[in-house]
Design a binder for this molecule. Structure first.
Ligand SMILES: [Zn+2]
Length: 331
């Protein structure tokens, strides 16, 4: 997957991150109206009692936002742009931490692990949302540093990782050298659909097929009213990965997410959390990408036309990567 090198290297500055956080995350934390109405949202963030905080630390390459919901905290680690701004979510309950997704690159997974250790609670389990390399590459580090944590995924994801992982890692190591994993980490446990309580936190797991990837987990937190949609929904600020060629069914999946009532806070696989409107903007993007795909006979045309259709979006490298998959010679 040397095409990853094409992806945008533009850095996500801390100021932009805080701006996004202020816009996207303050309501996310369920702030009391008085705090939400504070004239300076960054001051409100640092109230220290409740709400969303930027847990900055000297020397850390990624960014971490902490959103508090009573006894439950969601810690969101966002990698720098060269790690594709991929998220790792750490759900901290009363006694343990549940980790979702493991980063693309080892140094960023290492930052996740070091941060989790500061929470002072054991890692109950690690859950992989789907089989794309940017979400499991760094699991090598997490499983080394938390050897007791079992790795869960939907039935079928482990087979996908096992089948395609070695070739993906070869490509990653050509691009990223020692920052990429040396071994494929395959989930060992199966996560089933439906309601499940883990460390006092209720999750509703859902299985979706043929969207951004062939097989994708979504996790609802009904008590916190948070939808963890991972790569089913993309940020309105970024291009989406369309390389799996499931335009029509992805639209159906997005319609079903739209039908979920009461979930206005959506945690996504890349970039900071969003509100419901991101479902609509993702639908607009997927629909346009489908039209452009139908009208484009080669990768270059698809890339150019999709970038021209959405000139303001970041992570344009996702477009080149998608095009390379969509127009790959059959074999
Ligand atoms: Zn992804």
């Amino acid at each position: 997957m040397s095409q990853l090198s094409l992806l945008s290297q533009a850095a996500l500055s801390r100021s932009r991150f805080l701006r996004l956080a202020a816009g996207a995350l303050l309501p996310f934390a369920g702030l009391r109206p008085s705090a939400a109405a504070a004239p300076n949202p960054e001051l409100a963030q640092n109230s220290g009692v409740s709400g969303t905080k930027d847990a900055a630390a000297p020397g850390r390459m990624g960014a971490i936002l902490v959103s508090r919901f009573g006894p439950v905290k969601i810690h969101s680690y966002l990698s720098p742009a060269d790690g594709l701004q991929v998220n790792t979510q750490m759900i901290e309950g009363p006694n343990a931490v549940v980790i979702f997704d493991g980063q693309l690159l080892l140094p960023y997974a290492d930052e996740v692990a070091s941060y989790v250790q500061t929470l002072g609670k054991p890692v109950d389990r690690i859950i992989l949302s789907h089989a794309h390399t940017d979400h499991w590459g760094g699991l090598q580090v997490l499983t080394e540093r938390f050897p007791d944590a079992r790795v869960f995924a939907l039935d079928g994801v482990a087979e996908q990782v096992r089948a395609k992982g070695p070739a993906r890692l070869d490509g990653l190591r050509r691009t990223y050298g020692d920052r990429a994993a040396t071994k494929v980490t395959v989930p060992t446990e199966t996560i089933t659909e439906g309601l499940q309580r883990i460390d006092g936190v209720t999750y509703e797991f859902k299985r979706f097929v043929d969207a951004e990837s062939d097989l994708q987990l979504a996790a609802l937190l009904p008590e916190q009213k948070v939808l963890m949609a991972f790569d089913l929904v993309f940020s309105p600020n970024e291009h989406a990965f369309t390389g799996a060629n499931h335009f029509d069914h992805w639209m159906i999946v997005l319609e079903s997410l739209k039908a979920l009532q009461g979930y206005d806070r959506i945690i996504i696989g890349h970039d900071t959390p969003v509100d419901r409107s991101a479902i609509d903007s993702t639908m607009t993007y997927v629909k346009r990408a489908k039209e452009i795909h139908a009208a484009s006979s080669d990768a270059k045309t698809y890339s150019e036309n999709l970038k021209a259709a959405f000139p303001d979006l970041q992570q344009a490298g996702f477009v080149d990567l998608s095009a390379s998959y969509l127009y790959a010679a059959p074999h």
